[in-house]
Design a protein. Structure first.
Length: 278
């Protein structure tokens, strides 16, 4: 087995695409006053993860061993999109477009990964380099379609998003389970001629890949859930501070508005009738 620490290759396509995306993001961010620098650094981190993964040992061996490709796919759809979603690139698009609804994003991410292994897509991408690279990009976009609405401000309420994240975490195992339950060897015609000599026998290699997909699918969702919970706590803290400030302002009014009955302080038909009689 090749050494994962010393076996790597420079992936020109993902590197070039990352440079183009970063340049476009920086150009758009400069046109938005007050754009947080933290979002830009999130984008840089996400692009570095993408290029690093596509240049790693997993990418070197992804055409000759099944399980490194399976692991790479899960990381592309579950890990790389996390910092990219926090960068919120869709807010820089014309018209301030919003991400997809959370449930739609979840269906896109899970459906894309499942389609790769339940159709001839997997073998087709191994045979055609352009399709292979396109699939890598689609996986990142699918993951961002999921995490964007979960972590972006102004989308569904936090309780709804946490529920979607929990349900999505349960459904993420389906592609891996589909691989484990496969009756035939996935992309058998390709691996029959290109399977690495150091790798386990093909059926065992596939079972190893399916097991890794199931395990990683549960682990990669935890960071996003933690980020979502932190956002929820911060939002509640900010809302509580606003309410406290409003109460303090009412308490210091002359006369104190907070001591007046609700039908005098709350706007409504009864308050308007009292004012007219006065």
């Amino acid at each position: 087995m090749p050494d994962p620490l010393t076996t790597w290759r420079f992936d020109a396509l993902s590197s070039g695409l990352a440079i183009v995306l970063l340049a476009g993001y920086l150009w758009s961010a400069r046109r938005h006053d007050g754009w947080p620098a933290s979002r830009t650094w999130c984008l840089v981190g996400g692009l570095c993860l993408w290029v690093g993964l596509r240049s790693s040992w997993l990418a070197v061996e992804d055409h000759v061993v099944f399980w490194p490709l399976a692991v790479q796919d899960v990381l592309l759809v579950g890990v790389v999109p996390l910092p990219l979603a926090l960068a919120r690139p869709w807010e820089l698009l014309p018209g301030r477009r919003r991400p997809l609804p959370p449930l739609v994003g979840s269906a896109v991410a899970i459906g894309t990964l499942a389609a790769i292994y339940l159709t001839p897509w997997d073998e087709a991408r191994l045979r055609h380099g352009e399709l292979f690279q396109l699939t890598s990009v689609l996986l990142v976009l699918a993951g961002t379609a999921l995490l964007g609405p979960l972590l972006g401000e102004g989308s569904a309420g936090y309780g709804h998003r946490v529920l979607v994240a929990f349900v999505d975490g349960l459904l993420d195992v389906l592609p891996g389970l589909a691989v484990l339950a496969s009756h035939g060897v996935i992309a058998q015609a390709w691996y029959a001629h290109h399977h690495a000599a150091w790798a386990p026998a093909l059926p065992k290699d596939e079972q190893l890949g399916g097991t890794a997909m199931v395990a990683l699918s549960e682990l990669v969702g935890l960071p996003a859930l933690l980020v979502l919970l932190v956002q929820w706590v911060r939002a509640d803290t900010g809302a509580a501070a606003i309410v406290d400030a409003q109460l303090d302002e009412l308490a210091t009014a002359d006369p104190p508005a907070i001591d007046r009955p609700w039908w005098e302080t709350d706007a409504g038909p009864l308050t308007e009738r009292l004012h007219r009689k006065g």
